[in-house]
Design a protein around this ligand. Structure first.
Ligand SMILES: [Zn+2]
Length: 188
């Protein structure tokens, strides 16, 4: 009998033209053909070509990561502006229906717009006890559930905070055939 596969969710922040880890992701895919990943993508820092390149891959999902990726930018967005940004990002091809704020600094407006559109919010561990609306979709990064063997692996497209895909490559390079990869959109 084959061993039970470990459900595994991998995500990277900060996909943009400047930080494009394409070759490293290809190496992970070659290492395990079942590999899948969610990439949090910075809409205003991506060329059409970059988005098209990833949109073609059925093992990659792009979610929205801020707009310009400036610290606290989400705090000034009105409801209409936030909704327009989410929809514009979707039209650009960033279509996981998920959002993460740069540095985790997110407003209630963003949460509300996400809820209206049926999008998930990827949130920080420190927010895991927030009271949630019944329709909210939330993915808590790095969470370890006591009675689950699920793995959540989070990093960056560039070398920062020690979890960049290059600097921490061994954290992402898991043995083939032991893990069942899932997009964030599949688990929240
Ligand atoms: Zn970021």
């Amino acid at each position: 009998m084959s061993e039970e596969l470990v459900p595994t969710i991998v995500d990277l922040d900060d996909l943009c033209d400047m930080w494009d880890p394409y070759d490293l992701l290809m190496t992970l895919k070659e290492n395990d053909p079942s590999f899948k990943i969610t990439l949090f993508t910075i809409p205003k820092k991506c060329s059409k070509q970059l988005i098209r390149k990833y949109a073609e891959l059925d093992w990659v999902e792009m979610a929205v990561h801020g707009w310009w990726h400036t610290t606290g930018e989400t705090l000034s967005w009105t409801h209409a502006e936030c909704r327009e940004k989410f929809e514009q990002a979707w039209r650009m091809g960033i279509r996981a229906n998920g959002f993460k704020a740069p540095k985790w600094i997110i407003s209630d407006v963003c949460r509300e717009v996400a809820r209206e559109l049926g999008w998930y919010i990827s949130d920080h561990k420190s927010n895991r006890f927030r009271t949630k609306h019944k329709d909210e979709r939330v993915y808590i990064t790095d969470l370890r559930l006591r009675n689950s063997n699920e793995m959540r692996i989070h990093g960056h497209t560039h070398n920062v905070t020690g979890n960049g895909i290059e600097e921490a490559f061994n954290m992402f390079l898991l043995p083939r055939g032991k893990f069942e990869y899932r997009f964030i959109s599949e688990v929240c």
